[in-house]
Design a protein around this ligand. Sequence first.
Ligand code: ADP
Ligand code: CIR
Length: 463
Amino acid sequence: MCSSDLDGMDADALFAKVGEIAAANPGNRCTKYLTREIFDSFDDTAKAVLFRCAKTGIDNADSGLGCYAMQPNDYSTFGKFFDPLIRDYHGAAADAKHITDWDASGVGEGGVLDVTKLGLDELSMRVRVGRNLKKYNLPGMMDKAERIDFEKTMLGAFKALIDNPDYGGAIYSLTPEFADGEANPNLISTEKYDELVKAHVLFKDMDADPFLKSAGIASDWPYGRGCWQSTDGQCIIWFGEEDQLRIMCMKKGTLLNEVFDRLNAMLKVVEAIEGIEFAISDDYGYVTSCPSNLGTGMRASVHVKIPNLTKDGTDTRAKEIAGPLGLSVRGTGGEHTPIGADGTVDISPQSRLFIKECEIIEKLYNGVKLLMEAEQAEGGGAAPAAAPAAAGGPYDGMDADALFKKVGEIAAANPGNRCTKYLTREIFDSFDDTAKGVLFRCAKTGIDNQDSGLGCYAMQPND
Ligand code: ADP
Ligand code: CIR
């Protein structure tokens, strides 16, 4: 293979560098899992592709993953590299297989996830999935001609949506011109682009992201980039970002299930359009460029105001609380942007793979509930969902025997729930009735939310 395939290095120099990065950056999963033995097991053509998958982690030593797939089959072709890395990142067993399931009829109250029940008013809600077409390279390996060809394929699909009275809408493209100087009828001005980014409809200039840039995902900007948006503004399909397609539903409202169900309906319409066949892996579900998005490709988010948890003007405290709840905190302009001046943040469940779609939306709802309780507690107010437990019980209608029967059952079924793991009858009985009432309030969240990681909050500074 020629040295230009490996950024001017031969394999010895490359692996000397990989070893140095791995030693200095234990969190860089690319250099942790990319061994010389794996690399040498491939022919020169495959080696060059594997290097392109790993280049972002070599160029950016502070990467958490440090790799992107370049072709839909890379996760299987280079499974020796990707599989342990994926299972490490997603905390999954070696035999876990992904299952797709959008049936959210069993979540919340009869399938309804109403944020007003959490004491919240209308929120900005968004659910997106990453998708890629089987017949094209993934964005990191596309050249300019393929990006334009892909956009032209999508124009046919967008026409079907525009002609459908449920959607309608328009295409906003950044592509200066198509091949052979053909004019692009959907080209928008810089001002319109800025307006759409500000309105959260279009994505930012990817060239500014060093991870995407060295992976080639940002190359040829702005060719093959843009979006379709429905007439009511709620349904959006990005083309040419980190995944070939990011398909989403977004609106201000109170029922999370509405954006979730509408996205599911839209996906069925898109998948039925001729020429649209999404890349799917038997083990990992929907194929995405970044291993972090595999499976559902789903990020379900809300913008919520948490002024108490952000009173220092940063998201540090919010992340301390949200992390153990399995939630990510982002800024109001998306990843790597600052939080809002009024304490508004973007909250979404971290999990994408080995989790069902319906579980993600439920996790968002339950997570926001716990986060808002923490927000209240941080402000010195009582946690709203914690019912006052009378001294000596009953504890939410249970006596101590019934309570500990329930704690035992939850602990057995949910080994990750630290509240029910550590709350023993012996500890409980060592307190007087007043203290028992407070201890119950500390633990109530872990009893009500069996999927808690911590499952408890202090109620008073000395708890
Ligand atoms: P992605 O969600 O696709 O991983 P980002 O975090 O960069 O990517 O977000 C993309 C855009 O979507 C940004 O403009 C961001 O502000 C917007 N966005 C995400 N969630 C919401 C939401 N709940 N309400 C409004 N805009 C949102
Ligand atoms: C990394 O490896 O750290 C970057 N390529 C980004 C990884 C995925 N994004 C994320 O965790 N939010």
